[in-house]
Write a protein that binds this ligand. Structure first.
Ligand code: PBG
Length: 322
């Protein structure tokens, strides 16, 4: 047989494979989500997310140190407040759980990049991402509150805000509010194409943020749609987003890939709680090789076109590839 093209020539040794490798996962790509809660002396593991904890602030320092030592450049904070009301008051108070956590982390680790999730679902009695009236989630009424939340996070020292409520115009409202306060240099990472996904289940246990009635399908995107995702991303860019996000990641690699072709902006992908729990559950059964499966999955997110990956695996990955 006279074969001229033999692709196996470039697979023959670890060295040649390294040389022709097209995608390399890097610690610099990772953003680690951290849950903080009110109270003291609590570090509780989230049952559906083995290895992930809710921390009270007095328990947070070792976690922050570990993240730093592993070289992970950024965290995103989620807060579980002491009380909820109809206006999400606990989300924008000066001494709210997220604001206090931001201050603490910036004191402990000034160089760690602190991102905050800007949303209302953990802070409202109804557990929706906006203000509710007569059983409806109101859009424009929610924007003012989202803007207040974002400003309060930045006043506490947040380096970037990430609006995740999927209210129309949220990026613009936040950009205008930040600019009016003089925070013109603080970037916004929009949860631009955020789907109404069943993969958020474990997160809602962790953050106590499940909706009390209905679901999020009147504001989060319908999973079968991809063209609409392009419009959402385009809108966020027009409104002033500096980084755009696709969420979840693995079931939406096509969205990431299409966004990569169309938009010359940094793209983040959120490898969400359910994606993490699936892998952990199978690994705990001994059914899969956790390290190889995780690295393969995260590399696929990067190969699809994501620059940044928000993932509960960040510490594991940093240890494996560090
Ligand atoms: C808040 C928010 C959610 C997630 C991130 N920000 C939950 C939701 O929209 O219900 C999900 C993250 C995850 O599942 O890991 N709106």
């Amino acid at each position: 047989m006279k074969l001229t093209r033999r692709p196996r020539r470039l697979r023959g040794s670890p060295a040649i494979r390294r040389m022709v490798r097209e995608t390399v996962l890097n610690v610099d790509d990772l953003i680690y989500p951290i849950f903080v809660r009110f109270g003291s002396h609590i570090r509780e593991e989230i049952p559906s997310m083995p290895g992930i904890y809710r921390f009270t602030l007095d328990e947070l320092e070792p976690e922050i140190r570990e993240v730093q030592e592993l070289g992970i450049p950024a965290i995103i904070l989620f807060g579980i407040p002491e009380y909820k009301d109809e206006k999400a008051t606990s989300a924008f108070e000066e001494n709210g759980i997220v604001q206090e956590a931001v201050r603490l982390v910036k004191k402990l680790a000034p160089d760690l990049f602190v991102i905050t999730d800007v949303c209302m679902c953990q802070f409202t009695t109804f557990g929706h991402c906006g203000i509710v009236k007569d059983g409806k989630v109101l859009n424009d009424e929610s924007l003012e509150i989202l803007a207040k939340i974002a400003v309060s996070h930045v006043k506490a020292g947040a380096d970037m805000v990430a609006p995740s409520a999927m209210m129309d115009g949220q990026v613009r409202a936040i950009r205008e509010a930040l600019d009016a306060e003089g925070f013109t240099d603080i970037p916004i990472m929009g949860y631009s194409a955020k789907y109404a996904s069943a993969f958020y289940g474990p997160f809602r246990d962790a953050a106590e943020s499940a909706p009390k009635f209905g679901d999020r399908s009147t504001y989060q995107m319908d999973p079968p749609n991809w063209r609409e995702a392009m419009r959402e991303i385009e809108l966020d860019i027009e409104e002033g987003a500096d980084i755009v996000m696709v969420k979840p990641a693995l079931p939406y690699l096509d969205i990431i890939a299409r966004a990569r072709e169309r938009f010359d902006y940094p793209i983040a992908a959120y490898n969400v709680s359910g994606e993490y729990s699936l892998v952990k559950a199978a690994a705990m059964q001994g059914w899969i090789d956790e390290k190889r499966v995780t690295l393969e999955l995260l590399t696929s997110i990067k190969r699809a076109g994501a620059d940044l990956i928000l993932t509960y695996f960040a510490k594991d990955v940093a240890r494996w590839i560090g």
